[in-house]
Structure formats: C-alpha cells, structure tokens
Write a protein that binds this ligand. Structure first.
Ligand code: ATP
Length: 311
C-alpha cells in the first residue's frame, strides 16, 4: 500500500525521487532527488525563487506534486493521513497564536491536538522558555516568540521537524541560543529539515546541505565535502617592485601592487609565491590566505544564475 508506514527506524526519514512541480508554465521544481537519514539536520539552501518552499511544502503534505515519488517517514505526504501529520512538526516563519494566552497555555493548546504530546515542561525546557511559562505571548521579545513557534512545532513530539528560516531577524546572541536549541533536537534523535538564507547557520547546524538553484539540486553533501569539492582558496598580497611572474597566476587586485591568487591547491600556490619572493628578495605585504567557505560555494553555484530563478 502506497501510504502505509514501512516500519523500521533505520529507514531514511525522507526519500524523494524525480520530484517535479509546475505552477502553470513555471517549472518550480525540476526533478530532484533527496535522501535524508533519520536523526540528521538537513539544510536546503538556495537563492530566492529556487524552489525551496515548494519542495518543503510538498514534503509536509501541504502542496500536491506534479510528478516523482516522495516518502516521508514512510508515508506519501500527498495522502494527507492523520498519523502522518501527527508525526511531523512544522515551524513556519510566523505562526499565528493568540497574543493574550500565556506561553504555558499556548503550548497546552497545541499539545491537545496530538495523541502523544511531549510533557509541557519538557517543551518549555527544550526551547528555553521555562521562565516565561506565565508570560503573555504579546509580551515576549521577537526571539522568544520564535522560540515559542518552535515549541508549538515540538508539542506533538514529532519525529521530523521542518524549520523555515528559524533565525531570520535574530540578533547574534539570540541566533546562537537558537542554534544550541536546534542542536539539542538532534541529540534527541529528531530529524530536522531546515531552510535558511544564512550560510553560517547551515555551516553550524547542518549534517548535510542541498543547494537548490532554479528547481534543481546543484550540490549536495556535508559542508566540508561541498567546500572541498567546489571552492577556491584566495591568497591576497601586496608587493613593491617586481610584478609576480605569470606562473604564479596572480591577478592584480586594485592599486598599489595588490594581487590575488585563486586556487584549489593552496599549499603549492603558496610555496611558489613565497619561493619567488625569497628569490627576488621582496617582502610580501598584507599576506592573507582565506579558506573557502560555504558562502563561496553558494555564490559560485547560485550567484550568476540563481537570481529570481523564474522560467
Ligand atoms: P524564497 O527564498 O524567495 O522563499 P523559494 O526557493 O522558496 O524562494 P519557491 O517559493 O518555492 O522558491 O518558488 C519557486 C518558483 O515557483 C518561483 O519562480 C516562484 O515564483 C514560483 N511560484 C511559487 N509559488 C507559486 C504559485 N503559487 N503560483 C505560481 N508560481 C509560484
């Protein structure tokens, strides 16, 4: 049976094959494959209009797909089974909750929708709102309200939690706190699917990342793998006097003898550069070596072609 749950916890949380979604003429998702093991934090990154929301809404069962196969916790989300909805938690960008209820009452309300909810105190502790249990929702700070959104997503003790841009608008310390909270969910064995525009968030949290551009996955793997595979180290320096010879592949970078070398073989490039400088007896000034980051990979994949990924 298509929608039946296929038992064992060793099954991946999410399996997607050839997923497609069109809105009229707009092909928002063009045949993507995903495999998310249980207990993993999986981040979906992509420029605006890449198809992230569309993909996640199909996984949640909120949107019908145009083609392909989708299994989430062993269910086809398109079948809208109640037992599926009870096993997932969804944290939207802004949940609408009654501002005149207290934090504790709000959690209680949402616990009531599930057959086997987490104890209220556990939810409060997980999101760090124990001290605010009696506070009215309208009196919470923005960061605390976002924690409450997560608390609502956790109330039913979901196996899989969807987090849509969980820290947008946070100050740096609130963001750190939220990251610790999300990491805590992993240690409880929850699977988390995260969409975010913050590269450092994905770097800090995600076991694996998929980069979506124009409805297709252009890169997938751990942050380390993506960085190793796709990006370049940049070596900046300034030198007075002789110009660096051609074999160093140094490009002028502004005035005053500044240069940049972009390379996937940083060790060899540095060796050549410093060898040349010693031979010439010149000093390399302002020498910096910048390791590639997820942001570099993202920009190289999404930067030129990813903007407003329409038809
Ligand atoms: P963002 O980062 O801006 O939220 P996204 O990656 O989530 O973007 P989607 O919202 O999934 O992207 O949109 C993917 C494509 O589908 C875009 O070209 C968008 O304009 C189009 N699209 C999304 N929803 C609809 C809709 N209901 N009707 C028509 N086109 C849509």
């Amino acid at each position: 049976m298509d929608g039946a749950q296929v038992g064992g916890r060793a099954d991946p949380a999410i399996v997607v094959r050839g997923l497609r979604k069109s809105y009229g003429d707009v092909e928002a998702v063009r045949g993507i494959d995903l495999n998310v093991p249980r207990g993993e934090i999986f981040a979906i990154l992509g420029p605006n209009g890449a198809g992230k929301t569309t993909t996640v809404e199909i996984l949640e069962g909120h949107l019908a797909r145009s083609g392909g196969e989708v299994s989430v916790l062993g269910f086809d989300p398109g079948n809208h089974e109640r037992s599926f909805r009870e096993r997932i938690g969804i944290v939207l960008q802004s949940a609408s909750v009654d501002p005149y209820l207290s934090v504790g009452e709000t959690i209680e309300l949402f616990r009531g929708y599930y057959p086997d909810p987490l104890p209220r105190e556990t939810v409060l502790e997980l999101v760090g709102l124990s001290a605010q249990r009696g506070t009215l929702v309208r009196r919470l700070s923005g960061g605390q309200q976002r924690r409450l959104d997560v608390a609502i997503g956790l109330a039913g003790d979901p196996e899989l939690l969807f987090l849509d841009e969980p820290t947008t608008g946070f100050d740096p310390s609130a963001r750190r706190g939220a990251w610790e909270m999300i990491r805590g969910l992993r240690s409880l064995g929850k699977t988390v699917v995260l969409t975010t525009h913050y590269m450092e968030e994905a770097e800090y949290l995600a076991d694996r990342v998929a980069i979506l551009v124009k409805g297709a996955i252009v890169a997938e793997g751990s942050v380390e793998e993506l960085v190793r595979r796709g990006a370049h180290t940049t070596i900046h320096f300034r030198v007075e006097g002789p110009s660096p010879p051609g074999h160093l592949a140094a490009e002028p970078a502004g005035d005053g003898g500044a240069y940049v070398i972009t390379t996937v073989e940083a060790t060899a490039a540095l060796h050549r550069l410093t060898g040349w400088a010693l031979e010439e007896g010149v000093e390399l000034q302002e020498l910096t070596v910048a390791a590639p980051s997820l942001e570099d990979v993202f920009l190289s994949l999404a930067g030129s072609s990813g903007r407003n990924g329409g038809p």
